[in-house]
Every structure is written in structure tokens, then in C-alpha cells.
Design a protein around this ligand. Sequence first.
Ligand code: G3P
Length: 225
Amino acid sequence: MSNLKAPVVILNFKTYLESSGENALELAKALESASAESGITMVAAPQAIDIYKIKEETGIPVLSQHIDAVSPGGHTGSNLFESFVESGIDGSLLNHSEKRMTLADIAAVTKMLEDEKLISCICTNNVETSVAAATLSPTYVAVEPPELIGTGIPVSKADPEVVSGSVDKVKAIDKNVSVLCGAGISTGEDMAAAIELGAEGVLLASGIIKAESPKDALLDLVSKI
Ligand code: G3P
């Protein structure tokens, strides 16, 4: 799998208790049923330890949250690409602002994913880093200003220029790279504004994970597109 039908919703499970262990599986099932009801592609990005179970029990695409740029051997505590592939991932987030990587490591892991025809989603924090990420030709560049993450203040409204600027510059470098945006996105209006700015989907977390009913929150998210 290397391309998902746009628009896409990628839910980063991070390390919230509400999206860990058994709760991770429940949340993945909410994504699966919201996706079936709305017809919108919805993707889970759970912690590494929850991937197997979610792949076994749901049919949704699954990304890992991070992959270490290490080869098989002596790297205690690292997360090995080959193990993720065996667990059935469809791809990975890379360079999230909560798990930054060196440029060399981003390039190495993007290449590993590309070689296996898996999805790469490189997170960036501004237009300049979106440009740098685009030169690596990942599947997605996801621009997320860190200061808006977890605030409930949507990037698509608070900083529309970082989204439209990333779309323009990324497409000028490689028109096959899709731009997503994230940070503070939670409602249908937030997502509609993102699509209006040229994004092909959103990467989000707390607004859905902390919602009383994640499935209802997901349906609301895609209700205006
Ligand atoms: O990766 C998604 C993210 O960092 C945005 O988080 O909680 O603002 O939706 P949140």
C-alpha cells in the first residue's frame, strides 16, 4: 500500500491512557466504524506494542508513530523497521515534534518505507521544514506548529499560511507528495478549513482521543467535507 484515498484522517494515538492497550483497540474499532459510515479514509497510529492486535482485529490502515534508523543487531531499546513490517504496518509517522529525528535518519527511514512500498508521513513545523521534507519524496508531509498541538486551537484557522504555504512549496518540489496539517484540529469546521487551504487530510490526536464518544467526534470531523 502506498497511497490512500484522499481526504485522509490520521489519528495519532500518542501515549494517552485513553488510546493505550485495550483502549487502543476500542479506538481503532471506532475509527473503523466511522470510516465505514462516512466513506472517509481513517488511519490509526498507535503505540508499537498495540499494532499487532489492531492489525489482527481491524481492517484499517495502521502507521507506527516512529521507527528508529537502525539495522538488525545490537541496538537495545530501539524499534526495528523489520519488526514493524512483520507486525503488518502500512507505514509510519516520522519526525513528530514529540519525537524529532535527524535529517539523515528521516531520509534513511523514508527510503526503507519506500523500498517496501509503505506510507511515509514526515511531520514538519513550518514551511521551510515542509520544503526540506518534500525533497525526500515521502507519501505525506504533515505540517504541525508545535505551539498549537494539544491546545484545541486549530492550525487551519490560527495559522492558515503555514498550511497553504506548505502546500504551494511542497507541490512545487514534488507534486506527488500530499500535504496534511495538524495541531488543534477537532471539529468539522477545522477539517473543512484545512481542505479549503489545499491539505489532503489531517493528523490529529487529543480532540478525538479525549472526546466522550470518539466515533461521534470522528463523524463530526468529516461532516463538512
Ligand atoms: O500528531 C497529531 C498532533 O500532534 C496534533 O495533536 O492533540 O493537537 O490534535 P492534537
